[in-house]
Structure formats: C-alpha cells, structure tokens
Design a protein around this ligand. Structure first.
Ligand SMILES: N[C@@H](CCC(=O)N[C@@H](CS)C(=O)NCC(=O)O)C(=O)O
Length: 217
C-alpha cells in the first residue's frame, strides 16, 4: 500500500490519512511529491485525476481525497475502528469531520499549515469565528467522551486526524484557546506519530512561498 503525500511541513490534507495509518501501525510506503508549483499538475496528475494529494494506492486501486482514504483504510484494515464504535458518537464524529472537510475556509486561507514556523499574523473576523468554532468542538467532545479516553470521541479516531493540522496551525500562529481546547491540542501534538511528522517536516528544506505568511515571532 502506498500513500502519496505532499511536503510534511505544508500538506495539511496529507497529514490526516498519514496520521490514521501511522497511529494504527499499518505498513505503507510513502511517496512524497513537492507542493512547489513547478510542473505540479503533471506530477500530481500521475496519481489522481484531481492533481492533488493525498492519494492512496492499494492493490491496483486508487483512492483520492483525505476523507475517502480514511474511510477506505478504516473499512479495509481497521475493521471500522477508525470511527467510534457507538452509533451516536460515530454520527457526531462524521459530522465534525465533514464540517472540517468542507468549511473553515478563512482559517485555511489565513493560517496555512507551516509546522516548523512560528509566526505573528492579523486575523480577520471570519478566521476568529472559525477558531472559536473549533475551540467549541474540541471542548464539547473531549469533555463529553472523556471517560472513554483522552481523544475527541474517547479512543483515537478519524476525527482526531481531521483536526491534527489545526493543532499544528494553532502552535505556529500562537492562537489563544480555552484551557480544555489547549489541553486537547497539546495532547494531539504530543502524539508519537505527530512528533514523527513534525520532526520530518523540520528536516525538509524546501520553501513553498504561497504557504509562508506572517512575520517571524
Ligand atoms: N479535498 C482534498 C483536498 C486536497 C488538497 O487540496 N491537497 C493540496 C495539498 S495539501 C494539493 O494537492 N494541492 C496541490 C495544488 O493546489 O496544486 C482532500 O481532502 O484530499
């Protein structure tokens, strides 16, 4: 099984399925493609019709899009354990993932993932509203399911993977959070697989200018 990803420092969508697969102990080969604009459509187009990463290649089948990959991996290799086992928790986990997948555009645009950097930026009201909503999600679910484990829905799930890039963003741009949301972000960043990703991101030398925003903090 191969997972095509972008630069670890910048590729927020790649981090999601990579984290699920890594945290679950699955064996897979990483193929890394630069997100530098040079020839990007051809390079990424070798793997997916969308010319985007991540892409999973398994047994001759190609799956593109981070959520579709996580669903496939959970169903094929984790006996469905990528999602919470309780039906209500599972529905809510899917709801927050799809909210993340299709929303938070101000946060995404103004705060590109840039794991190794520490920056100061001015945020729009829309980005502040996105942060407040994420804080509310992290606070609500990490407390509601706390007796089942330390993650958003108790056990580690796809929902944690979907918010993992945001945890890195909040560190990069030094975003202030409520105590419970900050504690959840710290737990996520301290996860062994997240630390592996971060250390590889720090070792990367390439700079993708579009994703470098703000002033050095
Ligand atoms: N909805 C897609 C988004 C994938 C995406 O936008 N990936 C970015 C990298 S993080 C990309 O491939 N960008 C290439 C480009 O913009 O040309 C997913 O969930 O996988």
């Amino acid at each position: 099984m191969q997972l095509v990803i972008g630069n670890k420092n910048y590729s927020s969508w790649s981090l999601r399925p990579w984290l699920l697969m890594s945290a679950s102990g699955l064996a897979f080969e990483e193929i890394q493609e630069s997100l530098h604009k040079d020839d990007i459509t051809r390079r990424l187009g070798q793997y997916s019709p969308t010319c985007r990463v991540p892409v999973l290649i398994d047994d001759g089948v190609t799956v593109w899009d981070s959520l579709a990959i996580c669903e496939y991996v959970s169903e094929t290799y984790l006996d469905g354990q990528g999602w919470p086992s309780d039906r209500w928790a599972r529905a809510q986990a899917r709801a927050v993932c799809t909210e993340m997948h299709s929303g938070f555009s101000a946060l995404r645009k103004e705060m590109p993932m840039n794991c190794r950097a520490r920056r100061r930026i001015e945020l729009s009201d829309a980005a502040k509203a996105d942060i407040a909503r994420i804080d509310a999600i992290w606070t609500e679910y990490s407390s509601r399911y706390s007796e089942h484990g330390p993650w958003l829905f108790g056990s580690f799930s796809i929902a944690d993977c979907f918010f993992a890039p945001v945890a890195f963003r909040f560190l990069t741009y030094d975003v202030e959070l409520s105590d419970s949301a900050r504690q959840y972000a710290e737990r996520l960043r301290d996860h062994g697989s997240m630390q592996h990703w971060l250390s590889a991101a720090r070792d990367e030398k390439e700079v993708v200018a579009e994703d470098e925003v703000g002033v050095e903090a």
